[in-house]
Design a protein around this ligand. Structure first.
Ligand code: ATP
Ligand code: MG
Ligand code: MG
Length: 608
């Protein structure tokens, strides 16, 4: 007999006739370790943890590992890493004092309550529960083939047919089920079924299979078992043994609830566990437009190499989103905004991006980066570099200042100059595009924080006639935002990077991974809807020197860090590259190859 597995005193242990005592509100997040977590899981994580926190309860972390064929230790590790990350910065539940976890509690520690739990921890108990059902005459060993079983089950309109093995006696059922456990039978020969009601209007209640034979090693229990319980049987038992009060799950399990209750009632009645009956409560899944949220489909994207692995920043996996640089607080904000309901929704990815902007705006220092550099030579500049001390963040004094050097040669964004007399201008009747306020030949623009410049001459490539350099003049009296008296203010303000101190880096820009809102809906195969242009690599980008310094700091810290998993966490270095977007240092960046991922573009507040 297994007791509720913690020693808390708020749950009085039973002695008398009334063993049903409900403990504190307890929820659980129970992923199956058969893939990486995605944004849909983030919703389930946020919901479970938030409910527990709101009621001063607990949330358990449980790996629902009952199917060895699809599960893997790699997935276990990634799941724990992702849950830690999503919840990082939030208060943890009371530290546990479970002696059986002494020694390796580092691994077990997390935002959840107590140790990491696994359904496989309860295999013995689940087995006992099956024996109990057999003894009650409520389970039998069946030998119909899978196909026959489907046929016998009937349809919604048509009642099911009883299996010829349904009437097997208790003793024979016990013997066969024990033999199944001992490995005496091949896969598929027998299954154990609950004996409920073949005429139930609910197909799930028509004698569901609760155990099957699988001669496969399990990532946690090795070869200890060759029979494995089905989700519908193991889940209520795992919930009950952990004292889960609210078993929150997605709507597709609504029809399974009678079966959940059926199992839970029996193990409580038979005192296999000793606590209140858990309740299953359903909520709607998160669906996102322009992406897929299904482990099966995500596995396909990775295995067929449509993306560069699970943590490809275009993936809706939590590891992809983390690598892209989205802060966990943005995902939590997103989940909060989505809310919880029972109605199905197909959410616009843009809402997620808005949440990311909101959090990133607050936390990210500003910096200058030039994605497509055009060289500007200031012909009247004399002497060395000048340093401007400018705020790291316009609204956060606590982040202090940064130093931006200025000098004779700077880079500006090619698109901030309109080449009236070149190919670009010719194509536009030698007129600037409507509303264009940045640099034109013989005109002025302000280099933010520094000076107003004017363009005197365009140097061109001999063959393409494209501008390769602008020869400019600067106006000392316009320093740091000053407009001299009597002069009109220059409307355009652009970013720049001084050339001799500029650092080269690579920028990865991501677009949607799919071309349409519901991948696969029209074409039948979601793979056909992959957007071929979802990644563009810019390899001539320059950034102001402070960015490279910060990046090197971060890389050094990671190098020193003992925890290798830290590697995937370090996209915490984020910037707003002014007038462009939010960017994060990529996990694969090195000292010699700085790589930044564009997390999301800016709202066009400052763009012309
Ligand atoms: P998938 O369908 O992607 O394979 P799953 O539902 O099989 O996912 P589990 O590992 O069983 O994945 O999920 C763990 C928990 O996360 C479950 O409680 C499940 O209901 C929840 N969950 C999974 N996908 C979503 C989603 N899109 N929205 C909300 N919750 C989800
Ligand atoms: Mg599943
Ligand atoms: Mg599923």
């Amino acid at each position: 007999v297994t007791k509720k597995d913690d020693d808390d005193t708020t749950t009085t242990s039973s002695s008398s006739s009334s063993p049903i005592v409900q403990g504190p509100i307890t929820t659980r997040f129970p992923p199956e370790p058969n893939g990486y977590l995605h944004l849909g899981h983030a919703k389930a994580i946020s919901f479970n943890f938030a409910v527990a926190r709101a009621f001063h309860g607990r949330c358990h972390m449980r790996l629902d590992d009952t199917n060895p064929s699809k599960e893997d230790e790699e997935y276990v590790e990634s799941i724990l890493r992702d849950v830690r990350w999503i919840q990082s910065g939030l208060p943890s539940f009371d530290k546990f004092s479970d002696s059986k976890n002494d020694g390796d509690d580092e691994e077990e520690k997390g935002p959840w309550y107590g140790p990491v739990r696994k359904t496989s921890d309860y295999f013995e108990l689940i087995y006992d529960a099956a024996i109990m059902l057999i003894e009650r005459g409520e389970a039998y060993v069946d030998e119909l083939s899978a196909e026959e079983m489907r046929e016998y089950r009937g349809t919604l309109v048509e009642g099911g047919k009883e299996s010829p093995w349904r009437g097997r006696g208790v003793d024979e059922n016990l013997r066969l089920f024990r033999e199944m456990r001992e490995g005496k039978h091949p896969e598929g020969k027998y299954v154990l079924r609950a004996k409920i009601d073949m005429s139930s209007p609910n197909l799930n209640m028509r004698d569901p299979v609760i155990y099957r034979i699988k001669h496969e090693s399990h990532q946690a229990t090795g070869d200890a078992w060759c029979i494995y319980p089905m989700y519908d049987f193991s889940h209520p038992i795992a919930d009950a043994v952990e004292g889960i009060t609210h078993s929150l799950c997605t709507l597709e399990f609504e029809d399974h609830r009678p079966l959940y209750d059926w199992v839970a009632e029996r193990i409580l009645k038979e005192k296999l566990v000793d606590c209140g009956q858990p309740r299953q409560i359903e909520f709607s899944r998160l669906n996102l437009k322009y992406t897929v949220l299904s482990k099966r489909k995500l596995i396909k994207l990775v295995e067929e190499k449509h993306v560069n692995g699970w943590d490809d920043p275009r993936m809706p996996t939590l590891s992809g989103i983390r690598r892209r640089g989205v802060p966990p607080a943005a995902i939590r904000l997103f989940c909060e905004r989505m809310g919880i309901s029972k109605s199905d929704s197909n959410i616009d990815f843009g809402i997620m991006e808005d949440c990311a902007r909101e959090i990133l705006d607050e936390q990210s220092p500003r910096a200058f980066a030039i994605l497509d550099p055009l060289k500007v030579t200031i012909q009247n500049w004399e002497g060395d570099l000048e340093e401007f001390g400018v705020p790291r963040h316009p609204k956060r004094d606590d982040l202090g200042d940064r130093i931006v050097p200025f000098g004779k040669t700077v880079y500006i964004e090619r698109s901030d100059f309109f080449d009236l007399d070149g190919p670009e201008g010719n194509a536009n009747n030698n007129k600037a595009p409507k509303g264009f306020k940045r640099l034109l030949p013989d005109d002025k623009v302000r280099l933010k924080y520094a000076y107003v410049i004017s363009c005197d001459k365009v140097v061109r490539d001999a063959t393409t006639k494209e501008p390769t350099e602008l020869i400019c003049t600067y106006y000392p009296e316009t320093r740091a935002g000053v407009t001299p008296e009597g002069e009109t203010r220059v409307a355009g303000i652009i970013q720049w990077v001084e050339a001799s101190t500029a650092k080269k880096c690579t920028v990865m820009q991501y677009d949607r991974l799919f071309k349409c809102e519901e991948p696969g809906k029209e074409t039948g195969d979601f793979i056909d809807d992959i957007n071929p242009d979802s990644l563009s690599v810019l390899d001539a980008v320059v950034v102001e020197p402070g960015v490279a310094q910060d990046a090197l700091e971060v890389l050094k810290t990671i190098e020193k860090s003992e925890v290798s998993a830290e590697k995937t966490y370090h996209s915490s270095l984020t910037y707003q590259f002014e007038r462009s977007g939010y960017y994060a240092l990529d996990a694969a960046a090195t000292e010699d190859n700085l790589v930044f991922n564009r997390i999301v573009t800016l709202r066009d507040t400052w763009a012309p």
